[in-house]
Design a protein around this ligand. Structure first.
Ligand SMILES: [Zn+2]
Length: 186
């Protein structure tokens, strides 16, 4: 069922900016409803002096820690839609790929191809911009892994691990194999 709640502005405050040091960083908190995520808090920061900008989405209706296993074995499977939140880790064990939360957007809906592309782009930016040699080598290796994955037609397992239990696979009817596991503890 679709809820159509109006966004609610909750708080606005101005603090010292961590980037430029001026007391011109405005923080706005807005509560709103996001499909698939439920009620969420949008926290946006903007500094009018140095134009530093950052925003994050904090889900307000977290569920139980879940791991979702998806078997990707055809080109159609690559089109399956995924909801990924800022707390979701992504693992592709066959290719040694582990992506932890926080290296990209806070919340997005994409397909498996799109996820691979996002990580490829992020790693490529790091490889180009990094001054740190180890970091650059690590991101080059990561790029190779993603390339291998795209050119290798053999099936692989995609695991979405979300402590907040909000990650989802949408339109998964065609998938041959999917397992959702509740994680105890944590
Ligand atoms: Zn600033």
């Amino acid at each position: 069922m679709e809820k159509t709640e109006e966004p609610k502005a909750l708080n606005v405050l101005t603090i010292r900016c961590p980037i430029c040091g001026n007391k011109t960083l405005q923080i706005k908190e807005t509560e709103y409803y996001i499909p698939y995520l439920g009620k969420a808090l949008l926290v946006s920061r903007y500094c009018s002096s140095c134009h530093y900008r950052k925003s994050e989405i904090v889900p307000l209706e977290p569920k139980r820690h879940q791991r979702i296993y998806v078997r990707i074995s055809s080109e159609d499977d690559l089109k399956v839609k995924i909801v990924r939140t800022s707390t979701t880790s992504i693992e592709i064990p066959e290719h040694g790929i582990y992506i932890y939360p926080g290296i990209d957007a806070p919340f997005f809906i994409t397909n498996v191809e799109g996820i691979l592309q996002r990580f490829y782009d992020a790693a490529r930016r790091i490889a180009i911009l990094s001054q740190n040699k180890e970091e650059r080598i690590a991101s080059m290796l990561f790029l190779e892994k993603i390339d291998r994955l795209r050119n290798d037609p053999s099936p692989f397992t995609l695991i979405l691990d979300d402590p907040a239990g909000l990650a989802k696979v949408i339109g998964s009817k065609k998938l041959k194999f999917i397992l959702v596991e509740d994680v105890e503890g944590d």
